[in-house]
Each structure stands twice: as C-alpha cells, then as structure tokens.
Design a protein around this ligand. Sequence first.
Ligand code: ATP
Ligand code: MG
Ligand code: MG
Length: 554
Amino acid sequence: EEKEPLNFIEHIIEEDLKGSYSKEDLQFRFPPEPNGYLHIGHASSICLNFGLGLRYKAPVNLRFDDTNPAKEEQEFVDAIKKDVSWLGFEWANECYASDYFQQLYDWAVQMIKDGKAYVDSQASEAIAQQKGTPSEPGVESPYRNRPVSESLELFEQMKNGEAPEGSHVLRAKIDMASSNMLMRDPVMYRILHKSHHRTGTDWKIFPMYDWTHGESDYIEQVSHSFCTLEFLPHRELYDWFLDQVHEKDKLRPKQREFARRNLSHTVVSKRKLAKLVEEGVVNGWDDPRMPTISGLRRRGYTPDSIKNFADSIGVGKRENLIDVSHLEFNVREDLNKKADRVMAVLDPLKVVITNYPEGEEEWLEAENNPGDDTAGSREVPFSREIYIEQNDFKEEANRKFFRLKLGGEVRLKNAYIIKAEKAIKDDAGNIVEVHCSYDTDSKSGSGTEASLRKVKGTLHWVSVNHALPVEVRLYDRLFTDASPDTHKDKDFMEFINPNSLEVITGYAEPSLEKLQPEDTVQFQRLGYFTVDRDSTSAKKVFNRTVALRDSWAK
Ligand code: ATP
Ligand code: MG
Ligand code: MG
C-alpha cells in the first residue's frame, strides 16, 4: 500500500467516507465539451478524476458536455476518446449530455408547473441589462409572472421549432436580488435551429451548462463532480437545480473546485487553440508545437511523461503558471529510460580517414540502451568517409574543448580513435573537410590496449556512404511570452514566435530506416526525436521532442 499524503480533494472524499458515503457510492466523471481537442490542462483533470477512480476502485464516466451544436463536432468526440485512451485510462461509461435532453426537458416542464421557471420573451440585451450589478438588485422581467399555462405553451412552441432563434428563453425563477449574479433568474434553455452532431434536428432548444451539468451528474449518480475554480460561484446554482429534482433515496452529487493549470509559453484554452488552427499559425490541432494531447503525442511525448507531469504538479486551490521546462523535464526523464540510442548528424562536416582503405566498410556493434539490459544491440557501418557535426571540430581550441581539433584525438562512438591532421578549406576560407588518421588497434570493445586508451571526447558520427538523409523538424516555443494571454492591452496572437519551426536535413545511421511513426529514439548528444506521420518511403521525417539538456536554463 502506497502512503502518499492526501491532496485536498482526497481529504474531501475521506471526510465523506467517514460521514454518510460508503465506498460503493463513489463515482466520478471527466466532462469535456467536444468543441476542440484536449490540451495539457485537461490532462490534469483526467489524471485527477481517473486517478481517484483507480485509488477508490470507483467508476469514472467519460461525459461529453454536448449542449452547444454551434461549436461541437463528431471529430472532437473521436479525438477526445482517442486521447483519454492513449493516456491509459478506461472509462466505465461513455455518456452524453445530449442523451438526457428528454429527461431535462421533462424536468423543466415540471419546474414551470411548479412556478420555478418561466418563458421570457425579451431580447437577450434587455435580459442582460436587467441583471443589474452585484451591488444593486436586478429588475424583474415583465414576463416573470406570466401564467404557467402560457409559459408551458410557449416552451412547447420553442421545442417544436415554431419560435425563431432569440425570440424566447426559459429562465429559472430564483432571486433577482441575489448577491450571486448567477442566481438572478438564469437562462435554462435557448432556441437554436442548428443541427447537433448526435441529435440532428430533433431538438430546437438546447439546455445551458448550469442546468445540464448538475442534472447529468445526478442522472449518472456521480458522487463528486470536480471542476475548475471559476465554477465556484456556480455551486449555489448547481445545488439549487438539484433541489428541484432530487429524490430522497438517490445520491446527491457534490460539486467541488480545484485550480486550473496553466503552462508557460502557450495557451491552454480550446477557443484560443482553435484560433491558431483556423488562422494557419500551426498545421492543425496535432501540430507538434501545440499543447494538445495529440500534438504532444506527435511530438514524441509518452503517456507516462504527461501523467508524471500532471501528478508532480498535483491539484491545488490556487491558479499558477507551470514552466514548460517542467513538462520537458518529465519527457526527458521518461525517454531516457525508454528510447534507444542512435547516431544522426544534423549539421554535417565531412571527415576523411586517410589511412582507412578506400572502398572498404565494416559493421560495428552498438549498444541500443546502456540503461536497459533487454534493449540489445545493432550494427552500424563504418567507412573511410564519415560525417561529424560542424561544431565538433575547431582548428584551434583551448584545453576545455573536448572535441576534435588539429593534432588532437577523439573517440568515435562505438568505433575508433581518430586524430585530426588537416583542415581543407574552400576559397572563402570555410572548412569543408577534415582529414584524419585512425588508430587501427583502437576499436571499441575489442579489448586491446589501444581500445582502452582514454581520450577526452567522444563524438557521434555517420558513415557518408550509408547515411540516410532525413527531414528533421526542430521546434521552439510557440509564444515568446511566458503568459501570452494575460496582457491587458495586447492580444495573445501578438506574441507568436515567428521561429517556432526550423526544418533541416540530417544524416542518420541506416538502422533508422525501419522506424515507424511515433517511434522515438535518442540522437546521441542531441536529443530525443520521434518519427512523424508525414514520413514517406522516400524520406523519414523526425520531430525533435526535446533537446538533451534544457538549453533555456542558465
Ligand atoms: P477550454 O477553455 O480549454 O475549452 P474548458 O474548461 O471549457 O476548457 P471542458 O471541455 O469544459 O473545457 O473541460 C473538461 C474538464 O477539464 C473540466 O472539468 C475543466 O474544468 C477541466 N479543465 C479544462 N482546462 C483545465 C486546466 N487548464 N487545468 C485543469 N483542468 C482543466
Ligand atoms: Mg467547459
Ligand atoms: Mg470551454
């Protein structure tokens, strides 16, 4: 049994278990609106709710809050299901608020009959104006006391599509003087003559979030309905609506709030992410620069890295900004354990090993993952001409430069020790080639005295003749500002980093030919790279998931 300290949400549940709740009563839900793809903020909510399900062996429903046909689509439902599954969670039931439309309607009719709801025939501007301000009471609608029969008749007309959009709404009759603005006769239904992705044109009226959410929790018998802090003032209304329908023998759901998680250098709001997609700033919802679950997956993030990230920031009562480097740290940690080590050169400089016979080659054994005994090994080809990185060679350098310099030695990973003899330059004085000699007895793993010789630097390399040209996509932060959407006088779109994507050609060892989309490897000394689905049989495309070290840290 693990004994981790309880977070405040678990404390609430433990207290309830000491009170009137039994373990069998516990049930949770994750309730996305299918109006976009899930993002890293949702991952916190998913991990919280499904984590509670695992901890208490309680069912967790995946509930689609699909009450706005103007914004919701089947594509988003499918993407959400895929992402939750991919994270490794199983929902007990797949539920839709739209499946409750009839029940919600019947309850609303009962509320009209009970004098708890009425049809308001004013324009939305008038209704908004009459709400007043928190410091003074609002103005009651002239329709507030219309006869029950009239409201019933109008509500039915609204339902049947006989009333145009905007002509009426159904409002709860609560208290126009309440200090909680949400209690000033909130709208329960509006008319929308739009096709819904599940109910088609069956419904011409759609229930509002506040009316739908608590009742959906009630229908499913969710015990604890966790939502983000901005819903705290909605709790009074959540409870008021439950008061209208609650039966004594049924469990009454409880809404409790936790703080939204924000990530630096990005935006976590489906609406804002949709704008990036619509305006072509990124190439779709799963662009590897997006903070969406699908973007992170395509970038090379693992489910564990995202879950570990969510668990490490935990649940809190106060909103805060998590630096994206913390997310990157988690994926580096996880991939360090899981990813095979391979060699690829991204900025090539040709090295000719002058004492290596022309036309010959040999295949050298290379360990796949020194941290994993089961990872095995592979063979990499070696020959007279190889690529190293441009910045791994300098004609002259001080003692702290442990890479290759004229007259100096380095070990080529899995291969031999080489010594730089001569730099070949073009007319402009740029180094275009380095001539080296190799120590013929120094082959890695051969056990000879020369093979055990200590030289300061080890370089990665790729044989020129065997190199696999690959497209490499290097990503930077999507925004130049840590919280682009918190500026009063500037729109978040003004902070887009114009250099968030750089595409280059790299040269990889031939074993990478067999990799499939979403496979991730470590390009030694460079970082973690994941095969993109844009790869073709002619050319592999790699996304840089994350560099080996945090280049932003000082
Ligand atoms: P968005 O503004 O991105 O659409 P939302 O809260 O409207 O976010 P929903 O689809 O309603 O999105 O969210 C489903 C659940 O995920 C809700 O319980 C919501 O509170 C939670 N959630 C959304 N964003 C975050 C976040 N940044 N941190 C933690 N939980 C979040
Ligand atoms: Mg929402
Ligand atoms: Mg939203």
